[in-house]
Design a protein around this ligand. Structure first.
Ligand code: HEM
Length: 502
């Protein structure tokens, strides 16, 4: 009986798998041959590379160089890798109304912080949230926050002064402390003191959000790759500990702000206005608090890891290319002059700093890929893959764009492995195709924090280079391998650099 049962199950599985894995062939679309069970995600699912690198490997599959798109098989079923820049613009901008959602989801009932946050939330809620929170990120609002940011820049200088002369430091740790303090003050109006206090609670919790145990990896895997199972598997985007910490922080900050009546024009002010609006409408306040905490949570996570990686990878490349570093330091010293900071307007004008940060994000587009899910309307015109294929895309089909592969494609970026800020020099601008540059994604659902992310990375770099330079030491790695455990770009081992007072 048992043998018969196993044989029947194996047969059902075989037939199901054959049918699933012939989907693209049946529709006449060029696709990559999958392996049983793992589809086209073998390298990722066996823990060898992070997801964004797997998408890049699929984009670069030999023999597919001229394809505008490739059919692939993920755990959830068929998906599309979009290679052609025009088709990317069609999906992300021109036909955005078919691609408003990301291809991921979490459990709506048991994971309100994950489900409601701006990164994951689906339309129509996404549009409402994005419209309400966009005012936090205007140039005017960021300018008002700038003095608070400069304070953290000065804290960074003080911290570096205390480092014993010419010692090797773990550069990511320093940068992560800097961006944690920045987000805490700009978004929440609290002093996290991660730079000053090595044992800062806020920093400990912030880092923990990105630490992935096997159990967390399973939850995140389901959210990204099997979203249909999210409710059944009761997954959570943030761990229990992280959620508790974020809840505690936000409720504390909201109540303090309400008591003091202070206005800081920051995220908390906007969240409080939303809270008042909900109370006037008589909405369920527990649900409302979940919603407010979810937005704060995404700013905290999206804001700290991305900018600290941008800073540390810039420092790494400049330690390897000392003449580029000398040129940047000259500019930094010139812009500081006799002042203790560079003004909001002047830091944006620094030409070489801008070239350097642009080139870091070209070689290391921190998020690595972008994704969207197709939603077809019930009636009216449907989205098809014309002019490439006569194929009406079904609702729910995920589309992936490998930013990493495009940023390192020699067709757009000659000698792509070379770190060369000259690519972005004004005289070379006409040589570059800016459609092949998308570190912050593209279209209406691109990164809402782009201005803030660029500004905080630049601010950290100028305060670090004001009195210090970085060089390679015995412990410095020769090249970067991406960590398979981190969802965004990070080195798999610590990057040590020697800090020289100068
Ligand atoms: C150098 C720093 C940063 C980089 C490289 C970066 C990159 C990205 C990318 C690639 C996306 C996906 C875009 C797409 O799908 O088209 C994204 C989305 C997002 N980012 Fe950033 N980011 C940075 C900093 C920040 C900061 C400082 C914040 C907020 C404080 C932030 C908040 C967000 C949010 C909320 C989303 C989701 C937007 C939506 O779905 O409407 N990011 N980011």
């Amino acid at each position: 009986m048992l043998i018969l049962l196993i044989a029947s199950l194996a047969l059902v599985f075989y037939v199901w798998q054959r049918r699933t894995y012939s989907y693209w062939q049946r529709h006449g679309i060029k696709s990559i041959k999958p392996v049983p069970i793992l589809g086209n995600l073998r390298t990722f699912l066996t823990g060898k590379v992070p997801f964004f690198e797997q998408i890049s490997l699929l984009h670069n599959t030999p023999g597919y160089e001229k394809e505008p798109l490739i059919g692939v098989y993920l755990l959830r079923g068929p998906g599309v890798i979009v290679r052609d820049l025009e088709l990317i613009k069609t999906v992300m901008i021109k036909k955005f109304n078919y691609f408003v959602n990301r291809a991921l989801s979490t459990d709506p009932h048991r994971d309100p912080i994950g489900y409601n946050n701006m990164f994951i939330v689906r339309n129509p809620e996404w549009k409402m949230i994005r419209n309400k929170l966009s005012p936090v990120f205007t140039s005017g609002k960021i300018k008002q926050m700038y003095p608070l940011m400069v304070e953290i820049g000065k804290d960074l200088e003080l911290t570096l002064e205390k480092v014993p002369v010419d010692s090797a430091i773990r550069i990511k740790d320093t940068c992560a402390r800097f961006t944690t303090d920045l987000i805490a003050t700009t978004a929440f109006g609290v002093k996290a003191n991660s730079l000053k206090n090595i044992k800062s609670e806020f920093f400990k919790h912030n880092v923990a959000i990105f630490e992935i145990s096997w159990l967390r990896a399973l939850d995140i895997g389901i959210i990204f790759l099997l979203p249909a199972l999210a409710s059944l598997a009761r997954v959570k985007f943030f761990s229990k500990k992280s959620s508790e910490f974020i809840y505690k922080t936000v409720t504390y900050v909201l109540s303090e702000r309400e008591k003091s009546g202070l206005h800081r024009n920051d995220l908390i002010d906007i969240l409080l206005a939303l809270k008042r609006e909900a109370a006037e409408k008589g909405e369920n306040m527990t649900k409302e608090l979940d919603f407010l905490v979810a937005q704060a949570a995404v700013f905290q996570t999206a804001g700290f890891e991305t900018s600290s990686s941008t800073m540390s990878l810039t420092l790494y490349e400049l330690a390897l290319n000392t003449e580029l570093q000398d040129r940047l330091r000259e500019e930094v010293k010139q812009y500081f002059g006799d002042e203790d900071h560079i003004s909001y307007e002047r830091i944006q004008e620094m030409p070489y700093l801008t070239q350097v940060v642009n080139e870091t994000l070209r070689k290391y587009p921190i998020v690595g890929y972008a994704e969207r899910e197709c939603s077809q309307p019930e009636s009216g015109e449907k989205f098809t893959l014309e002019p490439y294929y006569d194929f009406e895309v079904p609702s729910g089909m995920p589309f992936y764009i490998s930013t990493l592969a495009i940023h390192r494609d020699e067709k757009y970026w000659p000698d792509p492995e070379k770190y060369d800020p000259e690519r972005f020099a004004p005289e070379n601008r006409h040589n570059i195709n800016m459609d092949a540059y998308m570190p912050f994604g593209i279209g209406p659902r691109n990164c809402i924090g782009m201005r803030l992310g660029l500004l905080q990375s630049k601010l950290g770099l100028v305060h670090l280079f004001r009195n210090h330079r970085v060089i390679q030491c015995d412990k410095t790695i020769k090249s970067i391998n991406f960590s398979a455990k981190c969802p965004v770009m990070a080195s798999d081992v610590d990057i040590y650099l020697q800090l020289i007072r100068d």
